[in-house]
Design a protein around this ligand. Structure first.
Ligand SMILES: [Zn+2]
Length: 179
């Protein structure tokens, strides 16, 4: 597996062009694609509550090139018996009892960004390069509010007020993260 530098998606290591965005990959002297620098996971932001498209509870997996928005899976104790909520990727292979006692947020924490993306059809990614501006605020309920403006559209959500969560985003967004 490799990752397209342009769009951040998982692609086969021997592909000369990304099948999603068409970007040509760097080739070595023998004409083979050079293995991309591995994606680096920065951190996980659990218990994200969103509005609109982001309704419900999510976990954000932050890497150096993309933000994976992963929908809460019904794997918390209360809903452990719901077979629909088990996940499509890693979790379904391991069965509904996998990771018993862990919350969905902790399970996402153990996955790579690519694995987390595949876990539910609701999950989606935002390329770090597509974030225009991310404005954070602090509300009375001790949560950070976030208005994330993208090249197309915007995402509104809130997250627990923890400095390391904010630092994960600052690490990848730099000056685009404002207060
Ligand atoms: Zn691509």
């Amino acid at each position: 597996m490799a990752i397209c530098k342009a769009c951040g998606r998982d692609i086969a290591a021997d592909m000369m062009f990304c099948p999603y965005c068409g970007t040509k990959r760097t080739l070595d002297e023998a004409g083979k694609p050079v293995e991309d620098i591995p994606e680096q996971k920065i951190g996980v932001i659990p218990y994200v509550q969103g509005q609109g498209r982001l309704g419900g509870t999510w976990t954000i997996i932050v890497s150096d090139r993309r933000l994976i928005f992963a929908k809460a899976l019904a794997t918390d104790e209360k809903t452990e018996t719901d077979p629909k909520g088990v996940g499509l990727g890693l979790l379904s292979k391991r069965g509904p009892d996998s990771g018993c006692g862990l919350t969905y947020a902790q399970r996402y924490q153990e996955m790579t960004p690519g694995e987390a993306l595949k876990e539910s059809p609701d999950n989606f990614q935002v390329d770090v390069g597509d974030v225009v501006l991310a404005s954070m605020s602090q509300d009375a309920e001790v949560r950070y509010g976030m208005r994330m403006r993208l090249k197309e559209g915007e995402l509104l959500f809130s997250m627990p007020q923890q400095h390391d969560h904010r630092d994960h985003l600052r690490k990848v967004l730099g000056d685009r993260l404002t207060w």
